[in-house]
Design a protein around this ligand. Sequence first.
Ligand code: PLP
Length: 422
Amino acid sequence: MTEYNRLSAGERRSKAAEVEARLEGFREEKLDLDMTRGKPGSDQLELSNGLLAAVDAKGWKTPSGVDSRNYGGLDGIEESRKLFGDYLGIAASEVIVGGNSSLALMHDTIAQLMTHGSSTLAKPWWGSNPAFLCPVPGYDRHFTILERYGIRMVSVATRESGPDMDEVERLAAADPTIRGLWCVPRYSNPTGYTFSDETVERLACMKTAAPDFRILWDDAYAVHHLGSGPAKLASILAACRKAGNPERPLIFGSTSKISFPGGGVAFSGGSEKSCAWARERLFVQTIGPDKVNILRHVLYFKDIAGILAHMEKHARILQPKFAAVDRILTRELSGTGIATWTRPQGGYFTSLDTSDGLASTAVKLAAGLGVKVTPAGSTFPHKKDPRDRNIRIAPTFPGLAALEKATEVLAVCIQRAALAGS
Ligand code: PLP
């Protein structure tokens, strides 16, 4: 395909007419397609139905003999700490299991920091004009939590190896109001990138002007591979411990996209001191998590090998969807010079960048044709993409045919946005 900026005026006009005709065709189809949120499809949910029968009227005792039906076990059952410690690559003693949403745990963590301060500085962040470094494009819900608590967001560019570390180091060292960094280190939302060993090392060792700088390490997609296997990610906890900053990382994960979103199990991790700090809050909040559901997960998956085998089944469903998105984007946009996109080896999203200024027009055009895409700007703090170019594509939920159509419509809308005025 010819680059759009090399088209002659006549070629642009005929291309615009061709695109207009395709849009008209889509209009006549009266589409109603949704590519907004990264939800598992119902065929993926089917994979975990066995969980529902994993605990019954006779099987409520945990392997170590705890009655899962009763109060207690603030940080989950013993076997679950081992299972999800293996998931996060940390020791069972560094894990707390409980709740059904890692996002809720992250929200609570920020709230706790604001009202009570951290495990190393018991001084509320509230009133100190705190700020967080936010690699962009990033996960909209992380930004929404910071927004709610009035925490300033300082955007940092994302590279294939992770956040721009020169920038992260410069900002963290210079400004004591910068209290942390939020990240999705593996198969990131939305780029699919995984942090390099060097990035992990630099995050662990960097000098920070804030004495209690925290990295919120959202390992939501640790085992969610599409390619040859889970991406290797160096242990942030080990690196921070070695660098003398053991309290720096606060680690999160859940089985939302392994078993059932909302019906899964969430967990967090960190140094033993960080875990004790989290337990203090939990003790006030609850008398114990849903141990029946935690037990279900332990009995069903058994060990990390069980989780990895289960994730192979998810991958078999998801691979063709991600491949379809890439195939259609390549067919419609490659060589045009108006869009680039990621080819993730895992996770739940493809990140697409248009030429500057086209994303919101394209997303609006697609919505007008019955194709819902995450609103442009969502992947940036305050939902404002300064270059108006990033679009997050969520291929998992729609069926393959619907996904192919939705991707085609979006790609043609990007072409239309680029040809506006021709
Ligand atoms: N973290 C990331 C990076 C996500 O993409 C999502 C969901 O899309 C979540 C967390 C939500 O996880 P949970 O269901 O455990 O709250």
